[in-house]
Design a protein around this ligand. Structure first.
Ligand code: MN
Length: 128
């Protein structure tokens, strides 16, 4: 896992700081954006191994940002994971339809977060 890069797109400063800290402690490199359009642009320049996507963002939503990224073949294999507090089935359907691989619910589970992210990067369980 060391040295893998995570792009976090999240406009809530506390969530962003917490997620960043948890992932950096686990050995990840973290880059971030606080709105969808900058996040999409940063994905192109940073080439992250995974993108954590808040859904409720200023400007374009996380769903729209996900659609833009997944509409580009270069991001076909990049996992995009929604960060959301509302994960009712209808919300989950929209999240998956937009192209996300899954979602992590807020509040962030501080003890499991880095492992949850690792599982999305390596869905076959090939992490130590
Ligand atoms: Mn938000």
């Amino acid at each position: 896992m060391a040295d893998e890069k995570v792009l976090i797109i999240e406009d809530n400063p506390m969530n962003l700081e917490l997620a960043t800290d948890l992932l950096e402690v686990a050995g990840y490199r973290v880059v971030n954006a606080t709105d969808g359009e900058r996040g999409v642009a940063l994905a192109h320049t940073e080439r992250p191994d995974i993108i954590l996507m808040d859904i409720d963002l200023p400007g374009i939503s996380g769903l729209e940002a996900t659609k833009r990224l997944k509409g580009n073949p270069e991001f076909k294999d990049t996992p995009i994971v929604a960060l959301t507090a509302f994960a009712m089935k209808a919300d989950m359907d929209k999240i998956l339809a937009a192209g996300c691989e899954g979602c992590l619910t807020k509040p962030i589970d501080t003890r499991r977060f880095a492992h949850q992210v690792a599982d999305f990067i390596h869905p076959d369980g090939d992490t130590p």
